[in-house]
Ligand binder design. Sequence first.
Ligand code: FMN
Length: 200
Amino acid sequence: MKKKKFIVAITGASGSIYGLRLVSALMKFPADVFVLMSEAGRQVAVHETGFQFGKMAGYLEQTGVKNHDQAALTQIDPADFFASIASGSFQHHGMVVAPCSMNTLAAVSAGITDNLIHRAADVCLKEKRPLILLAREMPLSLIHLKNMVRAAEAGATIMPPSPGFYTRPETIDDLVDSVVARMLDHLNVPHDLSPRWPQA
Ligand SMILES: Cc1cc2nc3c(=O)[nH]c(=O)nc-3n(C[C@H](O)[C@H](O)[C@H](O)COP(=O)(O)O)c2cc1C
């Protein structure tokens, strides 16, 4: 597979593990992976997963991820508006916000770009590049639902983290991987993370 560029943003919705495992999966391919964590995203990740480092590289090392020798990780401060990904002239193969808080969903659907996560997502929409929003809340208010419709109409893929049970998952890892697998499918990254239907 030719080297690709992906952006992964982790925001402050529950389910930080989806973003962390997506980054781990992407690092097993020849890819440049640009990672952003909102401040709420970092705090929720610490609370839910024991993410200790503030830095994704430390997480990958601690969890024993064996990076592809052509994979490169760049973590960017969401306040850094001078970063390459803030510009439409920076070409990449897709951005995922996983998990995506209702706050970030609202900003994206309204075209508000007051941090680099919002700006990079806004750039995806204007440049017609893939944007996947793993929007997580329960239940959903009418405002949340309308924001999802607006983002979808503008070109985003709304992918709620709703794992299927037809693969008979046995562990939480199985459930998480079934969602990460769908994100990788949408990024056109080959994987065997989760069984496909129909099962062999
Ligand atoms: C433990 C915890 C879980 C949260 N879960 C959610 C959630 O599932 N969905 C959501 O929209 N916000 C959730 N929030 C609230 C967001 O973190 C908060 O709205 C924050 O301002 C989002 O900022 P961000 O979009 O910049 O990450 C949670 C907060 C905490 C502390």
